[in-house]
Design a protein around this ligand. Structure first.
Ligand SMILES: [Zn+2]
Length: 68
């Protein structure tokens, strides 16, 4: 199935591309569904859930997908 259902998903990294530096194969990961710019006061304080310019895919835009 080409979709990850829900927004509280987790798993293990199966493979990474050559440009990926922040995770490695076998790492346990979660998906933080809220997309922010990291520039507003809330983001800079580490409180990005209150970002002034947040984007929640599938709620503020058409559904997001993650390929397997
Ligand atoms: Zn922000």
């Amino acid at each position: 199935m080409p979709y990850t259902i829900g927004h509280e998903n987790a798993g293990w990294v199966h493979a990474v591309g050559s440009a990926v530096t922040n995770v490695s194969e076998g790492d346990k990961v979660i998906v933080h569904p809220l997309v922010t710019r990291g520039l507003c006061r809330a983001c800079r304080a580490g409180d990005d859930v209150h970002c002034e310019n947040n984007l929640f895919p599938a709620m503020t835009r058409p559904a997001a997908t993650a390929s397997t």
